[in-house]
Each structure stands twice: as C-alpha cells, then as structure tokens.
Design a protein around this ligand. Structure first.
Ligand SMILES: Nc1ncnc2c1ncn2[C@@H]1O[C@H](COP(=O)(O)OP(=O)(O)OP(=O)(O)O)[C@@H](O)[C@H]1O
Ligand SMILES: [Mg+2]
Length: 330
C-alpha cells in the first residue's frame, strides 16, 4: 500500500468536463479524401486521445487549470491511449468510469493539406453514459466552478432532458455551465433541435459553430441565428467562425472578435481548444471580449502546431503568442 500523508490537500477541480472520450487515428496531409474504391497514401499517421469533452479537459489542464473529466472508457487498447493522455496532462480521473464489458470509441480523421477534415466515429462506451453517474460527480464537494458538456450527439442516453437536468444541477451548485453539442451526424431531426433548445435555459455559454447555428435555426446569418437561440434561453452565445474568429452574442449586443492569421497544419480539436481557452480566461476574471480573444489565440495555436508537438499549448505559449501577434482586422 502507498504511504498516506493526512496533511495532503487534494487539488481542487476547477473545471469539470463531461462527455465523450475516444481514441483518434489521424491521417494528415491528404491531397483529397479518397472516393469509394480508391486508396490514398499519407506521409503521416497519429493515434491520439480525442472526443470533444476529452479534448476540452486536456486543453484546460495543459493551460494550467485543475480539470476533471467525467465520462467512460473501456478497459482496452484505445482506452489506454486516452488514459495515458489524461495522466500526462494531470487530468483528474476520479469521475472517469472504466468499464469491462464494452469498447472505447474510435474516430478516423482524414485531414486534407488545407487543414479541412472528415471523420468517421464509433462512439463506443461514451454512448452509454448515465445521468446518475454524472450527477453523482457534480454533487461531490467541493463543487467545480465550471461545468462543460460536449459531444452530445454521440451520447444518446443524455439527449434532451438528462442534459438539461445535469446542467441545472451544476448551476445550482454554483458552477458556470457551457455546452458544445458539435455537429449532429444524424443530420438534425426536429426532435434533436427541440431537445437542444430545451437545454439552453440551463447553459450560461453556448458554443456552436456557424453551421450548427444554421442547422438549429435555419438562419444562414450567424447574427440572426444567434438571436433565435438567445430567445430560446441561452444568455450568451459564442459562435465559432473558423478563420474569421468568433461572434460574441448576448441579448444586449453582438460583436465579431477577429481571429489570428496562422499557417494551418491540422484543424482537429480547434473548437474544443477554443472552448477551453474561453473558459479558463473567464475563470481568471477576464471580460467576455478578452476571453474571446484568448480563445481565438488558443485555437490558432492548436491548429498551427507541428505534428510532433503536444496537441494543446501551455499558458506560457498562449501568452507569448498574444504578446507577439495582433488579431486580424474585423
Ligand atoms: N483557419 C483558421 N485560422 C485562424 N483561426 C482559426 C482557423 N480555423 C479555426 N480557427 C480558430 O478556431 C476556432 C474554432 O474553429 P471552428 O470555427 O472551425 O470551430 P468548430 O467548427 O467548432 O471546430 P471543431 O470542428 O473542432 O469542433 C475559431 O473560432 C478560430 O478561433
Ligand atoms: Mg465544434
């Protein structure tokens, strides 16, 4: 048995990331995504931890804030890939459930030379997450200051009411709540859209991208779509706009926060890195405007990183980037 020191103070989890975790096989520098019956050869392949919620946790932990992850992995080789990444980033795994009789999910990501990509995902054990295990985790003392839920479309068991109820509990414990549903691989049925809209009243910060706003509202203009989602109950929307940066929208006003010009290497996890940057900046006391600039910087660093470097930047790297770079003009 390990010696115990009763004077040890556990590091307090500031951010809890809830949702999907899986391994990801990334084929990068593809000239084009192959047609059926064709084969493409790439110079590089990587097996790494992924899943929107896992990425968020890894990024906030890398940026230096104590982060916990609540979700599921199976005891298998892909689960080990994610566990190793959590260990290296010092993500707290007290709320991570390891299951024997299932498989860890896996994504195959095909990334073109211009950084654009396509994915195929097997959600694995993340699809079986239960609201009770997540609520038990949020109920632990001391409560987290921020609860982020991501990867909703891969977790059928949490669709709609369970998600609303988890976020409501997090809020009642004093946490700021955020949600990033991601793109719906089943193409946005009316039930899905309604389910998301009903959760918005419990979400402090909603992080869709422009395509997701269009899918949810039918509005091509992010500004008009944001207004509809604000009316549905989310007090703040941060709409991610790729190279253009993001749109910060509240009932009072909306403004574009331009991104940074960088050489794109691989855009996987850009959105998750953005969410992570935004959350830790807000937790450090920044205004939403400044948090949006920091989030754009963290995402820009993520997508311009050389493949041999860790996926997410450190706080020093993010601050150094902000010292030397100016955002593009709006
Ligand atoms: N080409 C780019 N140049 C500079 N910054 C970028 C670029 N693409 C993305 N970003 C940054 O990354 C953020 C998130 O990217 P994006 O808008 O693609 O979100 P997303 O679609 O949610 O991403 P994901 O598919 O990873 O979930 C943007 O708001 C921006 O800050
Ligand atoms: Mg996204």
């Amino acid at each position: 048995m390990k010696p115990q020191n009763s004077a040890l103070v556990p590091a307090i989890v500031q951010i809890l990331s809830i949702g999907d975790a899986n391994a990801e096989l990334v084929f990068s520098q593809l000239e084009k995504i192959p047609r059926i019956g064709r084969e493409a050869v790439v110079p590089r392949v990587k097996l790494q931890a992924a899943g929107s919620a896992a990425n968020f946790a890894l990024c906030t932990a890398n940026l230096g804030i104590k982060t916990g992850f609540a979700g599921r992995l199976a005891v298998d080789q892909f689960g080990e890939v994610v566990l190793k990444a959590f260990r290296e980033a010092e993500v707290d795994t007290h709320c991570l459930r390891l299951v024997e009789d299932s498989s860890t999910g896996i994504t195959v990501a095909m990334v073109r030379e211009d950084g654009k990509r396509a994915f195929v995902t097997y959600p694995g054990t993340s699809a079986q997450l239960s609201q009770n295990e997540l609520k038990a985790c949020i109920s632990k003392d001391p409560p987290p200051r921020w609860v982020h839920l991501a990867g909703s479309h891969l977790m059928d068991s949490l669709r709609g009411e369970p998600t609303a109820s988890i976020l409501e509990l997090a809020r009642s414990r004093g946490a700021t709540t955020s949600l990033d549903t991601g793109w719906d691989p089943s193409d946005w049925s009316e039930e899905t859209i309604e389910a998301i809209k009903t959760t918005l009243q419990f979400v402090d910060i909603f992080f869709p991208n422009a395509n997701e706003v269009k899918a949810l509202t039918g509005e091509r203009s992010p500004r008009k779509g944001a207004k509809i989602l604000l009316d549905a109950g989310a007090p703040t929307l941060v709409v991610k706009l790729g190279s253009k940066g993001c749109l910060l929208a509240t009932k009072r006003d909306q403004h574009l926060v331009p991104g940074f010009k960088v050489k794109v290497v691989d855009t996987t996890a850009a959105g998750d890195a953005f969410d992570a940057g935004f959350a830790i900046s807000m937790l450090s006391g920044a205004t939403m405007g400044r948090a949006a600039v920091f989030a754009n910087a963290v995402a820009a660093l993520r997508i311009s990183r050389r493949p041999h470097k860790p996926l997410f930047p450190t706080l020093q790297e993010a601050n150094a980037f902000l010292m030397r770079k100016r955002p593009l003009e709006a």
